[in-house]
Design a protein around this ligand. Sequence first.
Ligand code: PMV
Length: 356
Amino acid sequence: MENNWSNEAFKGEVASGFHGKVGWASPSNIALVKYWGKKGKQIPQNPSISFALSECRTETFVTFEKSGSFGFSFFFEGQKEPAFGAKIEKFLVENQAFFPFINQLHLKVESRNTFPHSSGIASSASSMSAFVMCLLDIENQLIGKDIDLQKASYFSRLASGSAARSVYPKMALWGATNCYKGSSDEFAVSLENDIHPVFKTYRNSILIVSGETKAVSSRAGHALMEGNPYASARYAQAYDKIKSLLTALQSGDLDTFINITESEALQLHALMMCSNPSFILMKPNTLQIIEAVRDFRNETQIPLCFTLDAGPNVHLLYPENEAEKVENFIRNELVTCCNQGCWIADHVGDGPQKLL
Ligand code: PMV
């Protein structure tokens, strides 16, 4: 499916004196069924489903001003950040057919994350979606429309795959599947109205096992799937898991939710372990936490489970009404496995928020 977003782009002359400042906060998200492996232009090999977070987000401000040509500067937490700035600039240059007005603007981008630098939390989903929301906000001042979240998801995807899922509240599905009408490889869709209330307030406590930067970038990780001997079996299984997870999300079936979520986390790491070159991204404390979580669940029957991103930190997922017991368990038994005792109490959030 091709969209008509380049047709509706503002192609005219930007009025002289056009200037202003926009600001958006956009959350990180944590995938339950993972996106790991892509083809073509940021097209996922299988659909993925995620929770939007709340406390872990990027806040981005863009100051814009009419100028004779395209100008761009990028500051992260007050400092010039050439590497990340280059990523955004590349995205703008590649997509100038959709945003031709940028060739008449100078943009100053200022960004910060609400989560600690050394937390090892991937920030490309939150930062790229926050930037895209700002860009569409500027466009809207030229064309006089409200932000279309599907369009925001489409361009966030082009900037960083998983960012496609960060533009919606609660939960999102990215990737075409015949068990969800309207799903697409090109943008994510909101699952907010198709999930049981228990998931709308789900908790996500992030246990920071290591704050080191990632041993393998997600770009390299996706590429490694191309030679992975288990790739086709994994993609086929992911489609089945999406189908079962969508049903469980609707009915509030926590046993199925736990089963799929944990198996996906371990499969993501198993795939990395059997890639060539191979990566072991879990640390001894990651495994210690996983074992303790499973013992706690068996002993208490509290539906606490874990998932992992492409790193050693552990995301604990549990219903809001179990928060007190789970947080006591974290404080009493798990903080000793965390880097300097660091963990982040997060929960399912409401998607991007306009700041200015
Ligand atoms: O969006 P990327 O290219 O950074 O890839 C994200 C990959 C995982 O975080 C490991 C899984 C996911 O679906 O978010």
